[in-house]
Design a protein around this ligand. Structure first.
Ligand SMILES: Nc1ncnc2c1ncn2[C@@H]1O[C@H](COP(=O)(O)OP(=O)(O)OP(=O)(O)O)[C@@H](O)[C@H]1O
Length: 230
């Protein structure tokens, strides 16, 4: 599903080159869920940006469904990202003047899907994430946890191959954090969706059966663990 092969990345500023990621190798199978754990500055965001095709790596490759995304041209990559990659952000990134349902429908608007089909898909996903009664409201009328549920529904509406969650619980209190992680685990388990959860929080990583640990731009541990419910 996702394969990161020999990935290194450096930023160049004038004559100075800063290596930020060095020789990262890992794979996530279809239906897998991993947390990518690292402290601030460890290179998580850079790795996420590379896996999402937002930047090209200095060396190495990222394969999603067998396709090397760094080799795609701009149009193909844009289309691939729209259809195959879902995103969940720390700050939800919902559009304030669109209703909850319209926010979830939006990726399908870009794909030219008919309004009736869009609406059905959005409503069914909103129900799936536990806020089926909120479709007509605006994001500001929802709690943080509910807004993150909207963002999760939106990330799934195109039926992507993989979903990247960037500090998905960073703005939430402990109880809501637990609920959102439980929802991601449940979606992974029941729908077989593939997730990479980027986090600096050990509490989040403790809830996932596999943890990839980044430190100073290197993959220092790829651990499988028993998970006990909280
Ligand atoms: N555009 C850039 N130019 C130069 N250095 C950069 C650039 N972007 C990131 N870095 C450096 O790369 C290292 C890793 O940054 P990155 O943002 O990937 O870490 P992170 O683990 O996501 O941290 P955080 O959790 O604080 O966002 C840092 O030392 C950072 O200063």
């Amino acid at each position: 599903m996702l394969a990161v092969r020999g990935l290194s990345h450096s930023f160049t500023n004038g004559t100075e080159t800063t290596p930020v990621l060095q020789q990262i190798d890992f794979e996530v199978e279809a239906g897998g869920l991993v947390s990518l754990l690292g402290s601030s500055g460890s290179g998580k965001s850079t790795l996420l940006n590379l896996m999402a095709g937002l930047m090209k790596p200095t060396t190495g490759s990222i394969l999603i469904n067998g396709e090397a995304i760094e080799r795609m041209n701009e149009n193909r990559l844009a289309e691939f990202r729209r259809s195959q990659i879902g995103f969940i952000f720390q700050s939800y990134e919902l559009i304030p003047h669109l209703t909850v349902r319209e926010n979830v429908e939006l990726p399908l608007v870009f794909q030219g899907v008919r309004p009736k089909v869009r609406r059905e898909k959005a409503d069914s996903l909103l129900t799936r994430v536990g806020i089926g009664d909120k479709g007509a409201l605006f994001p500001s009328q929802l709690s943080g946890g509910q807004q993150q549920r909207v963002s999760i529904a939106r990330s799934l509406v195109t039926e992507p191959a993989i979903v990247f969650a960037d500090e998905p619980t960073g703005n939430l209190d402990t109880k809501t954090e637990e609920e959102i992680i439980a929802l991601l685990l449940e979606l992974n388990g029941t729908l077989g969706l593939t997730f990479v959860i980027v986090t600096h929080e050990l509490e989040v990583a403790k809830r996932t059966r596999r943890v990839i640990h980044l430190r100073d731009g290197r993959l220092v541990e790829d651990r499988r663990q028993e998970v006990t419910p909280p």
